[in-house]
Design a protein around this ligand. Structure first.
Ligand SMILES: C[S@@+](CC[C@H](N)C(=O)[O-])C[C@H]1O[C@@H](n2cnc3c(N)ncnc32)[C@H](O)[C@@H]1O
Length: 311
């Protein structure tokens, strides 16, 4: 099988001046006035709700060092530091523009800022962190895209990642089927975090394996492809993530894994307003369209919570 390597590095380094058009769930819940908040049972920010959920798995009050990779505008970490002020945060981001935004959001808080590509971090540089957070970004990392023969194979970075296919198959018995796109960057980052012995890890992204409960199927639809799908965005492509491969990799490193969908910690308020928006084939208002997309995301995003060793 031939592959080309999809990366978003150039986009985040040079071409990106706002995340607003690419509305993450975290950003969608930031404003008190957000219509998305009204679609949930609890009227609070993403970071606040995620923190309380993760607090059941991670002993935040005992933790010191937290690494957030690709923190966007820094909203999530602002909530985490508000709720656990003893944390020392490191914000690592490839984008100088977004790192500046994070500095503004976290002004006065216990945080340092590193303008790096996570894929360039050595295992020894990751060992000092007790907790790593990667929210809504692992689909940005390099993806090997299956295709017919192409001369981009000559690229040395592509060859590096092609060799990684054998590494993951041989070392961890991962099944990486030919003709399927491979989230090779996400696998590499998780492998490095596990090799570094980071005790607690949280990852999330659009999943190609997410399913819909029967109660929501009359309203929302997405195909269960089971293989990373391209998401075309402004000036770059991302890929949905095959979480079963990440979970298998983490278990091979002796991590306990908890996997689910955003709706687990952002429970839906099935009010008339929400159900009306969901029932419409063509929404009448902007708010109805926003709610439709938001509810889709609540099911399409999966998370993985990893704890080194047992529970
Ligand atoms: C879609 S945004 C998600 C932002 C934020 N986590 C949120 O949920 O709103 C992707 C983030 O990951 C960062 N990013 C993408 N690729 C990266 C890489 N290879 N290394 C470090 N940061 C990266 C981007 O600059 C951006 O901050």
């Amino acid at each position: 099988m031939m592959y080309y390597l999809n990366t978003t590095d150039e986009y985040y380094l040079h071409d990106q001046h706002s995340l607003n058009w690419e509305l993450t769930v975290c950003n969608a819940l930031q404003s008190d006035e957000s219509p998305c908040r009204k679609a949930l049972r609890m009227n609070s920010s993403f970071g606040f709700q995620l923190f309380h959920f993760l607090n059941k798995f991670f002993p935040f009050s005992k933790l010191n060092t937290i690494l957030e990779v690709g923190g966007g505008f820094g909203y999530l970490m602002h909530d985490f530091l508000t709720l656990a002020p003893s944390l020392n945060a490191t914000m690592l981001d490839i984008s100088p523009y977004l790192l500046e935004k994070q500095k503004q959001s976290l002004d006065g808080w216990n945080a340092e800022f590193v303008n790096r590509n996570i894929l360039s971090m050595k295992i020894s540089e990751l060992q000092c962190y007790e907790l790593a957070i990667l929210n809504e970004n692992i689909g940005d990392f390099p993806t090997l895209v299956a295709q017919s023969p192409d001369d981009s194979l000559n690229n040395s970075l592509t060859r590096y990642y092609l060799d990684k296919i054998n590494y993951f198959q041989d070392k961890y018995c991962l099944t990486l089927p030919a003709r399927e796109n491979i989230n090779i960057g996400a696998l590499e980052v998780l492998d490095n975090l596990c090799l570094a012995g980071v005790q607690y890890i949280y990852l999330s992204e659009h999943s190609c394996e997410a399913t819909l409960p029967s109660s929501i199927q009359p309203y929302i639809n997405f195909p269960l492809t089971g293989t990373p799908e391209r998401i075309t965005l402004k000036n770059h492509d991302e890929y949905t993530v095959k979480f079963s491969q990440l979970e298998k990799l983490a278990r091979a490193h002796n991590y306990t894994a908890f996997r689910g969908q955003f709706v687990d910690f952002l429970p839906l308020n099935c009010s008339d307003r929400v159900l009306t928006a969901l029932r419409l084939v063509t929404p009448f208002t902007d708010e109805q369209e926003i709610i439709q997309q938001f509810v889709y995301d609540l099911y399409k995003y999966e998370y993985l919570i990893l704890i080194k060793g047992g529970q």
